[in-house]
Every structure is written in C-alpha cells, then in structure tokens.
Design a protein around this ligand. Sequence first.
Ligand code: ZN
Length: 238
Amino acid sequence: MVPVVVAAVLIGLLAAPWLRGRIARFAVPEGEPWCDTCPSCGRRVRLLPPTGRCPGCRERLGAGPWTVEAVAAAVAVAVAYAADRLLVLTLALVWAAALGVVLGFVDARVRRLPYRLTVPLLGGVAGLLMAAAPTVPPGVVLRCVLAALAIGAALELAVWLGALGPGDSPLGLALGGLLGWYGWSVALGGLFVAVVLAGLWATLRAAAALARRRPVRGLDVPVGPFLLLGALTALLAR
Ligand SMILES: [Zn+2]
C-alpha cells in the first residue's frame, strides 16, 4: 500500500503546476475574459509553482501557496484507493478528480463553476462510462443515467429557486452519473454529505459573523467544493 500512496502523492504533486495554471485561468468573475496572461507583466501563464507566484514578476496568481499541491496529493491518494480493476472507470475517476480540483478552487475563489470546465467534465465522464458499459449489466448503465438525472434535477431546482449558481447542475449530472455506477446509496450518499457539509459551513460562517457583530449576508457558500467533497467521501465510504 505504501508504494501506491507515495506514487499517488507524486502524481498529485506533478499535476499541481498544470492544475494551478487552469485555476488561475478560470478563476475570473462572470463576464470577464479568461486570464491567460499575468495581469502584472503580461507573461503567458501555463504552469505555476507551489508558491502560486508568476515566474516573471512574482505576482500571486490563483490559489494560495501549497493549497493546490496538498489537495491534489490527497485527491490522488483517494482516487488510487477508489480505483477500479476496470481501466476506463479509473480513467473516469482521474478525469473527474483533475477537473474537480480545478472547479473546487475556482468556485471557492469566484463563486462560479464555468461551463468551460463542467461541460468537458460531463462529456468525459459520460464517454468513459459508455465505454465501460458493455462490461456490466444494462441495469448499471440505466442507474447511472437515472442517478445523473435525479441529482442534476435536484440541483437544477435549487438553481431555479435561486439557491445555487447555474454551473452546479452540470457538475451534479457528472457526479451523479459517476457515483450511480457504484449504486444508489453512493450517489445519494454523496449528495447528502454535500448538503450536510455545506450547511455546517454556512452555519459556522454565520456564527463567526455574529460573534464579530457583523451582519449575516445570505448564505454566500460555494456549493461546488462540497459537492465534490461529498462525492469523494461517498466513494471512499462505499
Ligand atoms: Zn507576472
């Protein structure tokens, strides 16, 4: 087990500079162009070091120092633990994990889940599950579709009621489909854990605001990271 954990941590750390580059690119407010170059020195930014600073001018871009590295290493270990004998299913997990880390940081930073990330996530997961479909009974594929639609519809309802942003429902579709492969308990468990964690986070923030005698302004909680954390928890606890 130790060599697998060490290899997974190394893969997470090796992927981190690229993940950081993606986070810096997509963590821009709605309506602004993607950030492909450093705003200070104009240097094209593809890879970023663990400090998160531009290699040209040392300006900090995107996520905080060592945060992406820590999350990427932890997620890589979790994916290695959850990996399946079926290669395409493991590839679907890796794809969801890589885009999930980027989406989590982008949502935490600018409160949005861009379609430029959620649509490739959904397309990749759907394509890889389709490729894995001939190896399992048709019931499994049907369950993936139904779980994706159920969780996607639940989140779309929350979007419609104004509780969530529009990017949450494609993320829910992708995670619902992926978790549906493992069973209804995993898919619904992931959503349940996400709702509980997001609720706890909102309560803590409200309590902290009250303690500092600041007004509590709505439930300004990014839901994407909690959906991703819930999915990962359900996958590991299955
Ligand atoms: Zn720069």
